[in-house]
Write a protein that binds this ligand. Structure first.
Ligand SMILES: [Zn+2]
Length: 239
């Protein structure tokens, strides 16, 4: 994206009272140890930070990566090294004020369950997790849904990152269909009822805690309606 377009989008968003965040390219794989690939990954994230800066966006979401036939531990250790290099590069280029948000991923072959993302976020006090609740639901084959599971997930974030960072995490939410072997299959709308997660327990629990994360609705084509539904669920519990 060019500077002129990015600045125009930023102005339009400010005029409408919308806070912007940016998603770095989807194919980024922090868990690839190849030096050339690391250099490219760093370049893509720097470019995303530059666009975010032009737009006045303060957060950039980053995918954690693929296992590529390694153990989860091996892949995570490599991702931590790459992310540390990325953070140093961002600081070096003057993008230290942009918050990088490693994302929880929905497919079983991907790095990025909740604990893995929280471990990545412990590398630097400025990182915030991008918790995609649909992804966590899909990769747990439907386990991570409902009030009890939601309370446990939010407690875990607070335990590992502290209450300040926990209260303002970044997030994606949609219902997502999954397959038993692979996890995430396809994003759905709130009207589709054969898969979850149900947004109500999360909204109720966030309001009860007085937390104000940024939640981006990623429903399949009904983002406007479903985002509003989540906002209403949250406000209803807050009042
Ligand atoms: Zn994503």
């Amino acid at each position: 994206m060019g500077e002129e377009t990015a600045r125009a989008i930023g102005q339009a968003a400010r005029d409408s009272g919308v806070n912007l965040s940016l998603h770095a390219p989807y194919f980024i794989n922090l868990a690839n140890p190849d030096p050339e690939s690391r250099k490219k990954t760093t370049g893509y994230i720097l470019a995303a930070c530059q666009a975010a800066d032009w737009m006045g966006a303060t957060r950039v979401t980053v995918h954690t990566g693929a296992l590529m036939k390694r153990t989860r531990r091996e892949a995570l250790d490599i991702a931590k090294e790459t992310l540390a290099q990325v953070i140093a590069a961002c600081d070096g280029e003057g993008f230290g004020h942009i918050t990088l948000c490693p994302e929880t991923m929905g497919k079983l072959g991907q790095l990025g369950d909740l604990d893995e993302v929280l471990e990545l976020c412990q590398l630097d006090g400025r990182l915030l997790p991008c918790i995609d609740f649909g992804h966590l639901y899909a990769r747990s084959l439907g386990e991570l849904e409902g009030l009890e599971a939601t309370v446990k997930m939010l407690d875990r974030v607070e335990e590992l990152l502290g209450s300040d960072r926990a209260s303002r995490f970044h997030s994606h939410f949609s219902k997502i269909a999954f397959t038993p072997n692979g996890g995430e299959k396809v994003h759905l709308t709130f009207d589709q009822t054969d898969f979850g997660p149900d947004p109500a327990p999360l909204m109720a629990e966030l309001a009860r805690r007085g937390w104000s994360p940024t939640i981006i609705c990623e429903s399949a084509g009904t983002q406007d309606v479903d985002a509003l539904a989540m906002k209403e669920l949250y406000l209803k519990r807050l009042l």
